[in-house]
Design a protein around this ligand. Structure first.
Ligand SMILES: NC(=O)c1ccc[n+]([C@@H]2O[C@H](COP(=O)([O-])OP(=O)(O)OC[C@H]3O[C@@H](n4cnc5c(N)ncnc54)[C@H](OP(=O)(O)O)[C@@H]3O)[C@@H](O)[C@H]2O)c1
Length: 251
């Protein structure tokens, strides 16, 4: 069998029972890696592992911002697959919609707990358990909503701006052993973004120069590039993956 670029590599992909996370996990597995996937609901995780192949993937169920869950997941990667090389901080939530001036502060705190502090904490755990000693790479999933104001989803946008900043901070702190990069997608067809396009996909897609919305595979290609040796001299960067949308002034 021909060698694959991630043979012998082990990755944690958070929020990977469906959507972008599952797309990233699938691409990692296709390219030879073993993956540990996480999410809250067990049934969807079981189905995802069946899809990825039980020899290639295991899951740990839990909330992304729970530090015990993070410890358990990192330990599972090392116990099951003998190490940890990559972390993909993919879990992100947006439980509020509306003007920031009226936002429920508890919802805002939760967004920051999961999207920002969660990502930092996962990086701390992966670093301490393996990456510090053995090297590796981290990719954080940001959003074009973090690159300029995002009306009605403002706190989500602020959290993604923080993810981009955290990526830069960690890239300096963890170099040269570990590279830390991010991606900023526009609308990708997943359950999370359903309200933004369902029932009017053609109309929404028409604003994109490439005339279609994203699919998880579009993001998986960029994330795995950033994890790979092809990106060996890249750190602290955020790749925009948006079908050309932001060039037109749209988000
Ligand atoms: N789709 C887009 O248009 C788009 C655009 C830009 C950025 N993004 C970012 O891409 C990432 C993935 O989004 P997606 O569109 O793929 O979403 P999705 O299809 O809804 O999948 C979300 C995944 O995360 C898990 N999850 C959600 N909340 C969680 C929590 N609190 N703790 C642990 N797991 C949790 C879900 O499983 P459970 O529900 O079972 O926990 C599921 O596996 C997010 O960071 C999002 O902000 C998405």
């Amino acid at each position: 069998m021909t060698a694959r670029r991630f043979d012998g590599k082990v990755a944690i992909v958070t929020g990977a029972s469906r959507g972008i996370g599952l797309g990233v996990a699938q691409r990692l597995v296709d390219d030879g890696a073993k993956v540990v996937i996480t999410a809250r609901k067990t049934e969807a995780l079981e189905a995802a592992v069946a899809e990825l192949g039980p020899d290639n993937a295991v899951y740990v169920a839990g909330p992304a911002d729970d530090t015990d869950h993070q410890d358990e997941t990192v330990a599972k990667a090392i116990e099951t697959f003998g190490g940890l090389d990559f972390l993909v901080n993919n879990t992100g939530i947006n439980p509020t919609y509306g003007p920031m001036i009226e936002m429920d502060l508890a919802a805002g705190r939760k967004i920051f707990d999961v999207n920002v502090l969660g990502a930092v904490s996962w990086a701390q755990k992966a670093w301490a358990a393996s990456l510090k000693e053995n090297g590796g790479a981290i990719v954080n999933i940001a959003s074009v909503a973090g690159q300029k104001p995002a009306p009605m989803i403002g706190m989500y946008g602020a959290s993604k701006a923080a993810v981009i900043h955290v990526t830069q901070e960690l890239s300096l702190e963890l170099a040269p052993a570990v590279r830390v990069n991010a991606v900023a997608p526009a609308v990708v067809k997943t359950r999370f973004a359903g309200a933004l396009y369902e029932g009017r996909e053609e109309e929404v897609a028409s604003a994109y120069p490439l005339k279609r919305l994203g699919v998880p595979e579009d993001i998986a290609g960029a994330v795995t590039f950033l994890l790979s040796q092809d990106a060996a001299w890249m750190t602290g960067q955020c790749l925009t993956i948006d079908g050309g949308l932001t060039l037109t002034g749209g988000v």
